[in-house]
Write a protein that binds this ligand. Sequence first.
Ligand code: FES
Length: 159
Amino acid sequence: SSSPASSSPASPSPASPHFIGTREYVIQAQRVTKLVNGCRDILVLYHQGELHAMDLRCYHAGGPLQNGDIEEFNGQSCIVCPWHKYKITLAEGEALYQAVDNPTLTPLRTRWCSKGVKQRVHKVTVVNGNVYVTLNDSSEVIESDAYQTEKFRANRFKG
Ligand code: FES
C-alpha cells in the first residue's frame, strides 16, 4: 500500500536526534544552518554558553534568521530578524513586541508584550562532545512552519 505524498509544509517528524557537529565546531561557528531529516531547515545558535535551535526562516515573511543580531529584550535573549526587525526569543520562539500604554501621553510609555510562540524551536542535546537536534514534532501549527516548503528551501541560504 502507498500513502499519498505529504503535502507542504513538511511534517517535522520523526523525533530522533540529528547530528549537527561537534560541540567545539558549533561554539566556534556560533551559528550553524542545517537541513535536518531532509525536511526542515534549522538554525543552531550558540549564545552566552547555551545552545539553541529554531526554524531557519522567520515566521513573519521567511527572513533569514541566521543573519540576525542577538539582543536582550525584557531580560530575554532574542534573535532580531534582519528583514523587518521582529524579535524572537531564543528559548521559546516567542515573538515579542513593544506596546504603547497610552498613545496620548508623551513621552510614550512602552512595555514588552508577547504574541506567543511563532517560531518553532527544537531541542538541542550534547552527547560525548557532539551536538544533536531533535525536531519539535508538536502537532500544533506554529507560524514558522509555513516557510518549511520546497519553494523556500530552494533559496534557504540566501541572505
Ligand atoms: Fe522576519 Fe519580517 S521576515 S521580520
